[in-house]
Ligand binder design. Sequence first.
Ligand SMILES: [Zn+2]
Length: 310
Amino acid sequence: MKKGKRMVKCIKMYFYPAAVFILALCAAIPPAFGAGLPQTAHHSGGDKAAAVLLAEPAAPNGGRSSRVQSAENSAKRSRVAIIIDDLGNGMKGTDEMFALPVKFTVAVMPFLPTSVKDATRAHELGLDVLVHLPMEPRQGKPEWLGPGAVLTRMSDAEVRKSVEAALDNVPFAIGINNHMGSKVTGDERVMGIVLAVCKERGLFFVDSHTNYRSVAGRMAQEIGLPPVENHIFLDDVHTSAHVVKQMRLVQEKALNQNYCVTIGHVGIHGKETAAGIRSGIAVLKDSVEFVGISELVKDQWKWNSRVTLP
Ligand SMILES: [Zn+2]
């Protein structure tokens, strides 16, 4: 009992004054924090404004339904579609890419030794397949193009024949993207034929964006195809550290505009690129969702392909 009494006395002596002191301190603090309050309010206001801004430009056709659609999209996680170009020739990094732990898209060049094998392997793994169609560049060596290339000097009939032959050569393709092609993607006549074939077959075209004056996106929209384009090349510098850096840009872009399309390559530096992408995925996986290009096209542009796979 005596011990208990001493304890109560002790509490009264030390705890009460301490509690009073803490309460007084709390009362005194808000004005001090108050200086920071407008900043906090401004910040959350800024976020709201950013959300509104995001919803507006993301609307592809304007109008109420697009805004509703954008609002729905912004409620979802931001999406990243990685496309791996230049498959079909047994290039370095092919196995490493196929071992990546997320869904992505492979772009397979036609008429090459592993074209059919790579497209089939991708399809069996549940990945999306594009035909990586060689297209004439403004500069560069013709031999970099590979077989079956589309050239601006071709007649309308020849362009059509090339596109159709490439599509027939790569199984499971749901669309086309351009290998090189800085000259062709700026050519309205040739792009008109490429896009017309896409439309006839229920496919879409992804502009790799090798030409900033590309007409592909605008022309695609004009005939009712989704204006899909690459935003960021991952491996313009050939180290895995650079690829990881680019993946962070991808994350930023995806969080800002709800989605991001990005391209990497198999090839001489394919293993470095694959390693960089793998590290990047580990960094990004909690903030974005990795999807195939088909999911992005379907959700972002509400475009449904009627493609019939062989
Ligand atoms: Zn390519």
